[in-house]
Design a protein around this ligand. Structure first.
Ligand SMILES: CC(C)(COP(=O)(O)OP(=O)(O)OC[C@H]1O[C@@H](n2cnc3c(N)ncnc32)[C@H](O)[C@@H]1OP(=O)(O)O)[C@@H](O)C(=O)NCCC(=O)NCCS
Length: 176
């Protein structure tokens, strides 16, 4: 029996209402100070444009998109980037792990990681790579879930308010 307040699924097509819901989650994460490619404030227009591009990638099979939904709508998401060079057919990048602040610290982030790993296996991808803010909430989560820390790159990106931050690369070997 599913006792969690959310359900997880993979979207093979993304409709306008889902783009809106995904934009809500992205804006909430940036408002909350997460370094996820965007500066603060993130406008709805920019957030929606980002998810439209993701939707295009989902439609072509370049990306796998997972969403979590609760009683209020989409509350979490993660992607696998599948369109990698020809010599990396066994690999995917895990990207844009986002959990709305209303749904955090209940195990949803961990559930999204495990679901993305399962989708990767389904897609024949056995080596996953990601980067996360050094020593942040996400980095702690990936380490806890068995991802291997490769190393840090100082001054890799900016936090939403403009201060530089270090990034840590992780990988997960799902072979065998
Ligand atoms: C990083 C992020 C995805 C984690 O999502 P989450 O749903 O809170 O993750 P989890 O609930 O699995 O784990 C978070 C914490 O809650 C704890 N937790 C999990 N289930 C819990 C429960 N039922 N009760 C209490 N605590 C719980 C975990 O042990 C973990 O603790 P820690 O941070 O002290 O190590 C989320 O904080 C987020 O979206 N951040 C902003 C965006 C971001 O930075 N994305 C990463 C880009 S690389």
């Amino acid at each position: 029996m599913n006792t969690q307040p959310w359900s997880l699924r993979r979207l093979h097509a993304v409709d306008p209402a889902q783009i809106d819901g995904l934009a809500d989650v992205l804006i909430d994460c940036v408002d909350g100070g997460a370094s996820v490619s965007f500066m603060h404030p993130l406008t709805r227009e920019r957030a929606t444009a980002f998810w439209r591009r993701v939707a295009d990638g989902v439609a072509t099979g370049a990306r796998a998109l997972l969403v979590a939904e609760d009683a209020h709508g989409i509350c979490g998401t993660v992607q696998l980037v599948l369109d990698l060079p020809d010599n990396q057919p066994h690999r995917a990048d895990l990207a844009k792990m986002l959990v709305h602040r209303r749904a955090r610290r209940q195990g949803l982030g961990a559930a999204l990681v495990r679901a993305a790993e399962a989708v990767a296996i389904d897609c024949g991808r056995t080596l996953l790579v990601l980067d996360a803010v050094t020593d942040g909430d996400a980095a702690r989560m990936y380490a806890r879930l068995g991802w291997i820390r490769v190393g840090d790159i100082p001054r890799y990106a900016l936090m939403p308010q403009g201060e530089p931050c270090s990034t840590t690369y992780f990988y997960r070997d799902l072979a065998g």
